[in-house]
Design a protein around this ligand. Sequence first.
Ligand code: COA
Length: 182
Amino acid sequence: MTDSIIIRNVRRRDIDSIMKIEYESFLPGLREEKDLYLKRIKAFADGFLVAQDSDTGQIGGYISSELWREDQGVNADVLALGHDPLSVHDQNGKYLYITSFGTLPDWRGKKIGLKLFMALEEKIEKNYPNVIKKILIVSEKWTAARNLYTRQGFKETGRIINFFTPDNLPAEDAVIMMKPAY
Ligand SMILES: CC(C)(COP(=O)(O)OP(=O)(O)OC[C@H]1O[C@@H](n2cnc3c(N)ncnc32)[C@H](O)[C@@H]1OP(=O)(O)O)[C@@H](O)C(=O)NCCC(=O)NCCS
């Protein structure tokens, strides 16, 4: 399957596939809404990639991002799940913030996530040379994602205690990770 995977920019009509991945990747209470994903596509489609099987047409992964102004604080308020990309995204922003990332469970462990992640980094480096820093947050519990980010050169810069609040489960700390963009 991996030979037939292509990485391409998102299209608005991919939204239902993206929501399926979102649903299968995150616990209730942590899932973000379709409206928010549509706003992400509108705000910065160039920083939103999907992985598609060119044999079957199935979309099995996505990664979305925003560009933030340098004076944008990196704090719990602006990092909050569901924040409005249309008000935060700035096309000339110097910080890349990776808003979400997921692959379908039966696509995992095949380096498709890694391929998506690297494709986004390469694209931003090429098309947005002003970007000086890449930022993301990850739950302390999402080991696969944390390993991938660490391997890609991201380092923990802080934590937000009890940031992720899945329904009927204990809250999880968010790990803030950053990487210089050059
Ligand atoms: C994080 C995620 C996108 C990685 O996607 P992926 O397609 O599995 O990526 P890769 O194949 O490159 O694997 C990344 C790591 O996850 C491990 N992994 C994750 N799920 C796995 C599975 N079901 N089977 C085997 N390995 C798995 C891989 O072994 C790999 O670690 P390694 O390089 O140390 O071996 C995917 O695990 C996912 O959607 N997780 C749930 C949502 C999530 O945590 N998103 C990140 C939000 S910050």
